[in-house]
Design a protein around this ligand. Structure first.
Ligand code: LLP
Length: 421
């Protein structure tokens, strides 16, 4: 459930008509609902109630400072994958002991920043990384708390570009080698082994792959404990999917997911971490855009918007579906039309939807892409020298710009000329 509903014929974000934001900010822009973000975080938190746990929001999904602070104030930890994300989390007031550091290619510089700034744990993904981390920790007179990410070779049954838990993927260590790798870790002076980490992919729409992966983690916990390791924390990753198209079968709820976690690993007495990103942010955000032209092609109509692939890349990159709805609620029985929905960028990949049947709209009308909160603004760019899309946060009847659209002068001033020109 989200807080983007038609009221009195107009689409609102909580209590704010989106038309008001469009007038104040101009299109295109992203808008997020605080109530929806908090609701989704609390669903996960409640799903793990009774177990020692921390929900670490995967901030790669949507990492605006205001969003991090909102979720952090509600008690969320953060899953970060770069020094930049680490610095963002700290700047938003997240204490180090609520930050976990994931990712296959952490550099020594990144490790140093997190170790000196404070960190809950590193989720280590390889033996070379483990050795590098040990060296850095020793040089600082510290021991780095780690989990090791195992690759359980489970098919997440999601889009190939966002599946991570099969043996051909670059992530984690093969689970069959885990006992050797943990033995290696225990010998390193700068490392303190505290647990196991797993993450098998994103936009999972069924629980079975999670069940398979968590079952393997439970077995491994027992084997590693028998080997003498103090396994006391399990990071079970993120990945729970969201419905992108209205009317599609709904993916499992966080409460079902929580029940599965309890069933699979509850008996082990470990502290549980999860790293959801998409389910918290996805349906908490819209991309709002104005129709520039409706163009008649040889055999189709093109709906040309002022948003483009640089603002929302998911359709071009993952063939993702996003529902597109007008800000003015269509009257019952109003005309519908079929469009190829495109942006102004100069490549054919700049297509949001092909043959999409939707409410008929015309130039000057404003539309919203639903489910655009996660992996939307964070994946945007200034391709075609289109200014970075602004972001707006709504809370009840208030809204605030939380990242402004740069002016052209600001964009140009970021480049510097070499002395010889
Ligand atoms: N933990 C780790 C280690 C991850 O790699 C990810 C996502 C998450 C947690 C959060 O997964 P989520 O709950 O959001 O599914 N750009 C793609 C999605 C990439 C996901 C990358 N890793 C998209 O737009 O679909």
């Amino acid at each position: 459930m989200d807080h983007f509903l038609y009221r009195d014929g107009e689409l609102h974000a909580e209590d704010v008509p989106l038309r008001d934001i469009a007038q104040a900010v101009g299109t295109p822009f992203y808008v997020y609902s605080s109530a929806t973000l908090l609701r989704h975080f609390r669903l996960f938190d409640a799903a793990l109630e009774g177990m020692d746990h921390l929900v670490c929001y995967a901030m790669k999904a949507l990492s605006n400072q205001a969003v991090i602070q909102l979720l952090g104030d509600a008690g969320a930890g953060m899953d970060v994958v770069s020094e930049g994300e680490y610095c963002r989390a700290r700047a938003a007031g997240i204490p180090g002991d609520r930050i976990v550091f994931s990712g296959v290619g952490k550099t020594k510089g990144e490790m140093r920043t997190a170790l000196t700034g404070g960190i809950r744990q590193f989720n280590v993904e390889s033996e070379p990384e483990m050795e590098a981390l040990s060296e850095v920790a020793v040089s600082l007179g510290l021991r780095a708390p780690i989990t090791i990410r195992v690759n359980p070779d489970v098919d997440a049954r999601t889009h190939a570009k966002i599946a991570t838990g099969k043996s051909e993927n670059k992530f984690g260590i093969p689970i069959d080698r885990a006992r050797d790798v943990y033995a290696h870790a225990a010998r390193l002076p700068g490392i303190e082994v505290i647990g196991i980490d797993v993450h098998i992919g994103s936009q999972l729409t069924e629980l079975e792959p999670f069940r398979a992966a968590y079952g393997k983690v439970a077995d491994l916990t027992e084997a590693l404990r028998a080997d003498g390791h103090d396994i006391r924390r399990l990071d079970l990753g993120g990945g729970l999917g969201i419905p992108y198209a209205t009317g599609n079968a709904n993916p499992p709820l966080p409460s079902d997911y929580g029940a599965l976690i309890r069933e699979s690993v509850g008996h082990l007495g470990c502290e549980i971490e999860i790293e959801p990103g998409r389910l918290i942010a996805g349906n908490a955000g819209l991309l709002v855009s104005e129709v520039i032209y409706v163009k008649q092609g040889a055999d189709r109509q093109f709906l040309i918007l002022d948003a483009a692939m640089n603002d929302l890349i998911r359709p071009a990159m993952y063939d993702a579906h996003h529902d597109i709805v007008p800000l003015v609620e269509p009257a019952p029985g109003a005309e519908r039309a079929t469009y190829d929905v495109v942006g102004p960028v100069c490549e054919s990949g700049d297509t949001f939807a092909r043959g999409r049947e939707m409410a008929q709209v015309g130039p000057g009308d404003v539309v919203a892409f639903r489910s655009a909160g996660a992996y939307g603004a964070v994946m945007s760019s200034e391709y075609n020298s289109r200014p970075m899309v602004p972001e707006v946060l709504v809370q009840r009847d208030q809204f605030a710009v939380i990242r402004a659209r740069p002016t052209f002068d600001e964009m140009i001033a970021r480049d510097t000329l070499p002395a010889w020109l």
